[in-house]
Each structure stands twice: as structure tokens, then as C-alpha cells.
Write a protein that binds this ligand. Structure first.
Ligand SMILES: C[S@@+](CC[C@H](N)C(=O)[O-])C[C@H]1O[C@@H](n2cnc3c(N)ncnc32)[C@H](O)[C@@H]1O
Length: 329
């Protein structure tokens, strides 16, 4: 019996035109830099982003495995969502009187898909790699996290196989992207952010549909662009989840003491027993005095008492750390 091949579960289409898209005030520099690095439309393999630092500005021929988006790749990747023998569609082309130069192109494209890991043997395990997910997030979207802190936190999240995830404070989308990759392929993700919000500036309505592309096809994404502390917003999040208990709540919105405690009081009751609440910025870079707007450390020290918790804090000689806290409910 012929070996069967299928489209890798980690293939995503990137369709994000940084140049034509709206730029959020304060983010222009980062956005334009990425616009020079990446084409606006391509397929990529989430786990093949191996070393962001090696990327060359002048070419895209780095270690990030991408393929330009066009109808032929799309056709093949769609066909192979159903496992079939590697050469099955070549045979189809030949027997349907397609010109032979098209066979050659198709053969090359099939090989490229196989070599980039976009087509895999049916039955191949494709476990998540949280460090690769982090690097993809950093490169493609931007993320306000450190790899040494966020990747192990993601591993803990992945173990829960979350079916409902709420993120307060999405920023450029890197953490939402990461959570979507490690969540259950049918998970419901809710992102709450406020355009122009303190500490990152959030995202506009025009960006929201783009975030859907990085989800698995059966995941659902709800974007709520409003102040997370408003009672109407809390009610809206609860309703949109239709009583599905939350497995993972990520608090990375307001960082003042009043803000983070309000988010905790409003959203933690939606988390099921056995689920978790993640906090960002539970630590401070050495020698930095936190302002009134950065008081998560104070709240974290109070809330973790008497709970089962883990802390992911970078231990680096340069003293730079921000820290992720995980509180088990
Ligand atoms: C540090 S950024 C989030 C970074 C993102 N989680 C990541 O890891 O890349 C903080 C975000 O919280 C949002 N924010 C601040 N206060 C908020 C509030 N009251 N309601 C909703 N979002 C808020 C800001 O707009 C900003 O985008």
C-alpha cells in the first residue's frame, strides 16, 4: 500500500500587508521594519522558525521556512488536508492532458512542500515546540515577552490542552498567536484590548481579522476592542464563551495595581478548577523602580500566597527580566 502524505498541521497563511495596512501610532518603526523583511503573503511553517537572528534584511532566504502564496501551493495544500499518496495529484495532472511543463512545475512544488515540512507523512507526530512558537511570534508579529520566561509558561499551558482561553492585553498579537498554537485545535480564544491602551497601544479593528489566520481552522477567535475593566465588557466576554469554562486566562492588560486586580476579580471567576491564570510582569529588571502603572509584582505577591503557583523569571547576568507567573485555580 502506498505511503500517504498530508498537509502539516503547522502550516499557516500569512497575509498581512504591513505597508498598506494601518499603522498604530507608536508602532510604525517595528511595522515598517517587518515590512522590509517579509513578503506580505506567504505560507509558513510555525515550527520551522529556527533562528530569527540569522535573518537578512536584504533577502528572505533565511532559516524561516516560507513559500510564496499562489494558487498552485494553495491548491496542493488544500488537497492534502486529506491524506493521499505523494504523487497522487501528479498522476491526475498527467492523465488529464495538462501541458508537460506544468507537470515539471508541479513536481518541483511538491518537492519543495515536502522539503519545507509543509507536507508530512500521514501518521507523523508533530508535537508543539514552544521555543519555535515563540520565535515565530517574535518574528511575525512582535511579542512583549522573553523567550526564557514565556516558552516554559507555554509548555505548562499546552499540558492543559485548553479549550477556552482569554487574553487581556494582546498588543501586536504575538502572545495570542502563541496561545492559539498550543491550545486545543477546537479552542475558543477571546482577546480583549483597547485601541490606544496604555503599555503597547493595542490593535485596531482592521487588524482583528488578520489574527484569525494564525488560528487552527476549527478554532474560534473573538476580539473585543474595549476597556477590560468595564462591566459591559466582562459580561460580553462571559456571553461570548457561552458558559464554556475558561482553562487559561492571561492577564497582560492594565498593569496598575487597580487595573490588574480588577481584571483578576472580573475574569478569574470564569476559570475552571484545574485551569490557570497567567500574569505578565511579575518581576522587574534589576535596578528599575516600578512606576504606579507597573504594579503587577505587588499584586502577584499578594495573590500567589496560599495558591499553587509557578514563576518563570529569566536568570541572566544582565539582570533583565520581566517574569511570567502561573497561578493554578
Ligand atoms: C504589554 S501589551 C500586551 C502584550 C502582549 N500580551 C504580548 O505579550 O505581546 C499591553 C496591552 O494591554 C492593553 N491594555 C491596557 N490597558 C487595558 C485595558 N484597561 N483594557 C484592555 N486592554 C488594555 C494595551 O492596549 C496593550 O496593547
Amino acid at each position: 500500500m502506498a505511503e500517504l502524505w498530508r498537509t502539516s498541521k503547522w502550516v499557516r497563511l500569512h497575509d498581512w500587508d504591513w505597508i498598506a495596512g494601518p499603522l498604530i501610532p507608536g508602532q510604525e518603526e517595528w511595522s515598517s521594519k517587518r515590512a522590509t523583511l517579509v513578503p506580505s503573503k506567504f505560507y509558513y511553517h510555525v515550527l520551522r522558525v529556527s533562528d530569527v537572528t540569522q535573518l537578512r534584511l536584504e533577502s528572505f532566504d533565511g532559516p524561516v521556512r516560507v513559500l510564496p502564496h499562489d494558487g498552485v501551493y494553495e491548491h496542493i495544500l488544500r488537497l492534502y488536508t486529506t491524506p493521499r499518496p505523494f504523487g497522487a495529484i501528479l498522476h491526475d495532472f498527467r492523465s488529464n492532458d495538462y501541458p508537460s511543463d506544468e507537470w515539471a512545475t508541479l513536481t518541483n512544488r511538491m518537492r519543495l512542500l515536502r522539503d519545507t515540512g509543509m507536507l508530512v507523512r500521514d501518521g507523523d507526530e508533530e508535537p508543539p515546540d514552544c521555543h519555535a512558537v515563540f520565535k515565530a511570534a517574535l518574528f511575525l508579529f512582535g511579542i512583549w515577552q522573553l523567550e526564557e520566561e514565556f516558552a516554559p509558561a507555554l509548555e505548562a499551558v499546552a499540558e492543559l490542552q485548553p479549550r477556552a482561553v482569554v487574553e487581556i492585553g494582546t498588543g501586536w498579537g504575538g502572545s495570542l498567536f502563541s496561545l492559539a498554537q498550543v491550545a486545543d485545535p477546537t479552542a475558543h480564544l477571546v482577546s480583549v484590548d483597547i485601541p490606544g491602551g496604555i503599555g503597547g497601544g493595542g490593535y485596531t479593528r482592521a487588524y482583528a481579522p488578520r489574527f484569525r489566520q494564525f488560528c487552527f481552522p476549527d478554532q474560534q477567535l473573538t476580539c473585543v476592542l474595549d476597556d477590560s475593566t468595564r462591566p459591559e465588557v466582562v459580561a460580553h466576554v462571559r456571553e461570548s464563551l457561552a458558559d464554556r469554562p475558561v482553562d487559561v486566562l492571561f492577564l497582560d492588560g492594565a498593569h496598575s495595581y487597580a487595573g490588574v486586580s480588577a481584571d483578576f476579580d472580573n475574569y478569574a471567576p470564569m476559570v475552571r478548577p484545574g485551569g490557570c491564570v497567567l500574569f505578565h510582569d511579575i518581576a522587574h529588571p534589576e535596578g528599575e523602580e516600578p512606576s504606579e502603572l507597573m504594579q503587577v509584582t505587588r499584586f502577584w505577591d499578594e495573590v500567589k500566597a496560599g495558591h499553587d503557583y509557578e514563576e518563570f523569571v529569566r536568570d541572566d547576568p544582565d539582570g533583565y527580566r520581566i517574569g511570567v507567573g502561573l497561578l493554578r485555580v
